[in-house]
Design a binder for this molecule. Structure first.
Ligand code: AMP
Ligand code: GLY
Length: 434
């Protein structure tokens, strides 16, 4: 190239408004070949960054119009809802480049029954299960199987669709809630009941271009609200990368036994998978991984520490991903451990309170970045506007060091009612033989 003219620089669109999308936009904005990152609809953090522009559009058809009008060269989708609604199908129909699965491929997340029968058909390791629409039959199955047992709504239920029942009566209550009382609507009109798996969970996230697979760095999150993994399930209260539980041997097994057969058989079944593919895996005491679930997107908050460690240019990676050439690229990672601590609003996860003023966020440094999620910037004032508000990510050579520096940054941030865990990363500190 003889000169860097503005017209050679790319405009990118990131769809979503959470910490995951802020982290993707942040990494994308670092590319020398990116001029502007639009975020739809974005949050207070993406509003504060001069390299980013929030746009108040969420409808996929209108987003496609915006992309054409602005000359945006590539779109990356964060959350599952627009994917399940077919945003990739719409963009492709319009000839627009977008990274994500089609509506059909997104069924790996949007229908647990689809995912389970796919895994069963192709002998991909997962918990034993049966699917029910009739409450009586479901109750009968629980009586036969006993507890612990896991009840899952078939459809997308914003984190409320899985009940890990340690006692039989909890399982019966969950069946009544979903099948008899219709509390989750259509999403819960069909339920998957599956065997309880024991072990340690990890998040295994890869990029797929239809055929080639490129694994991201390993990660693990903390789903419970309170320290020591107590309290209600949440979207995730913190995450870190790498995850020591995923040894090189277990990594190879997950690729060989879960990820590769999934990608190959989706293509064989006529539904080629493109996009991020996230397998939640349970690793038992013998090191055997089983699939807990698939997500058709990156994890939140896993994305935040993963992006903090990524050294390779994200636009280059995404171009390979949409062009079907992921086999031609290798990823470079910061060797340090990245730890992300989520700060959530008062009353999260039930009815998070909005409108609390946020102060004390330190400017980004080479070892600490604060990604925003439920924040709004108005008249120069930053307030809370969602369940998970911030994710503070630190980088350091060891878990102990990164915990110290990340929590120092967390302790300088204030908003009324802030909830966060003090023990993010604890699993990485302990030995893994128990
Ligand atoms: P899911 O949305 O399917 O990932 O389920 C949410 C959480 O429930 C998972 O992250 C696990 O902690 C737990 N879970 C799901 N399925 C099982 C299972 N078969 N055995 C034990 N725990 C499970
Ligand atoms: N952190 C779990 C998820 O994104 O589903």
């Amino acid at each position: 190239m003889t000169q860097t003219s503005h017209s050679y620089l790319n405009k990118i669109l990131i769809v979503g408004s959470g910490g995951r999308e802020h982290a993707l936009a942040w990494k994308m904005a670092q590319s020398e070949r990116v001029r502007k990152v639009f975020v739809a609809p974005g949050n207070g953090g993406t509003a504060l960054d001069s390299r980013m522009t929030n746009i108040a559009i969420t409808d996929p058809e209108q987003l496609a119009e915006f992309v054409k009008k602005e000359g945006i060269s590539l779109t990356v989708v964060g959350p599952e809802a627009p994917l399940a609604a077919g945003i990739v199908n719409i963009f492709r129909r319009e000839g627009l480049k977008i990274f994500g699965p089609t509506r059909e491929a997104a069924q790996l997340e949007s229908s647990k029954d689809f995912a389970k029968s796919f895994m069963q058909r192709h002998k991909i390791p997962t918990a034993r299960y049966q699917t029910f629409t009739d409450a009586n039959a479901a109750h009968e199955y629980v009586r036969k199987e006993g507890a612990p047992i896991v009840i899952k709504a078939d459809g997308l239920a914003a984190g409320k669709g899985v009940v890990v029942a340690m006692a039989e009566d909890e399982a019966h209550a969950a069946i009544d809630m979903m099948l008899s009382d219709n509390k989750l609507g259509d999403a819960g009109a069909r339920v998957v009941i599956e065997e309880f798996l024991e072990g340690e969970e990890a998040s295994f996230i890869v990029l797929v271009d239809g055929k080639n697979i490129l694994a991201l760095a390993t990660s693990q999150d903390h789903k419970r609200l309170k320290d020591n993994d107590l309290g209600p399930n949440t979207g995730g209260m913190g995450a870190y990368s790498p995850a020591p539980v995923v040894t090189p041997e277990i990594h190879a097994r997950i690729m060989r036994e879960i990820i590769t057969p999934t990608v190959q058989n989706m293509a064989k079944d006529g539904i080629p998978y493109t996009g991020f593919l996230y397998a939640g895996v349970m690793i038992d005491a013998t090191g055997t991984p089983k699939t807990l679930e698939f997500n058709c997107r990156m994890g939140d908050p896993e994305t935040q520490p993963i992006m903090a460690r990524l050294r390779t240019d994200l636009l280059t990676i995404m171009n390979h991903a949409v062009n079907g050439t992921l086999d031609q690229i290798e990823l470079q990672w910061d060797r340090r451990t990245a730890l992300g601590v989520v700060m959530a609003a008062a009353n999260y996860p039930d009815t998070p309170r909005s409108g609390d003023v946020i102060t004390g966020i330190a400017p980004e440094t080479s070892d600490c970045i604060t990604f925003h999620a439920g924040t709004t910037l108005k008249d120069g004032k930053l307030t809370t506007s969602g369940g998970r508000v911030l994710c503070v990510v630190g980088l350091a050579d060891t878990m102990k060091m990164v915990q110290k520096l990340t929590y120092e940054a967390v302790d300088r941030i204030h908003f009324d009612g802030a909830q966060f865990r003090r023990d993010i990363g604890w699993r990485a500190l302990k030995q893994h033989h128990d």
